[in-house]
Design a protein around this ligand. Structure first.
Ligand code: FPP
Ligand code: MG
Length: 246
């Protein structure tokens, strides 16, 4: 899908816009700039553009919302890499390794504010749903801390974390164009589509941790070493109780 001509054109569009979002050269701005420049699939902005076009909006009415979707994702990754002590992100040393943990925390905060500034002018349901989504991300990341080394709750427990970490923002990205266009009845199925895609995406991301080389942008077995109960680990433990005890 990433080579589809439509996707290539939309990724070029968002990349060109993201190049210009970093406000200054202070360490927080540099942390945001480093991660933005490292590229990425731009899944969330793509969902904004595709969902919004379905709702009848032109790309020029979706640009700032697409930026917001990627910026809040960048914010979460800057903080996540610090929390996970992850050395590599998008094939580069993680921002906290290059600029230090303080710059990474402030970079995450700055990217979050840059996202909020872009959602603010949109009609109020877009902002309300955005805040719900970011709240879900924060709570899911906190829930994951409690789950480290614990397999209790099985796949539903994984789902709760994956929903907040990934599905909530993907759902918002897919629905926000319809919300901005004043079409709530269309927003609902688009949100459910984005959430389902986000859950599937997180499941695949979990699996890639166990396949060295499959994601050259990351170090393999990081989840396993950190005793994160990822989806494949939970499924393996459910199918073989002896494995769960090791
Ligand atoms: C990556 O998960 C992490 C996320 C998708 C969300 C992290 C959420 C937060 C830090 C809270 C929200 C914070 C802000 C500032 C909005 P992962 O560690 O499973 O994936 P990875 O392998 O890509 O690191
Ligand atoms: Mg991580």
């Amino acid at each position: 899908w990433i080579r589809d001509p439509l996707v290539v054109a939309l990724r070029r569009r968002i990349d060109a816009r993201l190049e210009r979002v970093v406000p200054s050269t202070d360490p927080a701005s540099r942390a945001v700039g480093e991660l933005v420049a490292a590229g990425g699939k731009r899944l969330r902005p793509l969902l904004v553009y595709l969902g919004g076009q379905l709702a009848g909006l032109g790309l020029e009415h979706l640009d700032t919302l697409a930026e917001a979707a990627e910026l809040v994702h960048v914010a979460s990754l800057l903080h996540d890499d610090l929390m996970d002590a992850a050395e590599v992100r998008r094939s580069r040393p993680a921002a906290w390794r290059v600029l230090g943990p303080k710059a990474a925390v402030l970079g995450g905060d700055l990217a979050h504010v840059l996202a909020l500034q872009r959602v603010r002018p949109a009609p109020s349901p877009a902002m309300a749903r955005f805040l719900d989504g970011v709240g879900a991300m924060v709570r899911a990341q906190a829930l994951e801390i409690e789950q480290v080394g614990e397999l209790g709750g099985g796949v539903p427990a994984w789902r709760s974390v994956a929903y907040g970490k990934t599905a909530a923002l993907c759902g918002w990205s897919a629905e926000v164009g319809a919300l901005a266009a004043g079409r709530p009845a269309l927003a609902e199925p688009l949100r459910r589509y984005g959430e389902s895609l986000g859950l599937a995406f997180q499941g695949v991301d979990d699996l890639l941790d166990l396949v060295p080389g499959m994601d050259p942008g990351k170090v393999a077995f990081a989840d396993l070493r950190a005793r994160v109960p990822s989806l494949p680990i939970r499924l393996a433990a459910a199918s073989d109780p002896a494995l769960a005890r090791t």
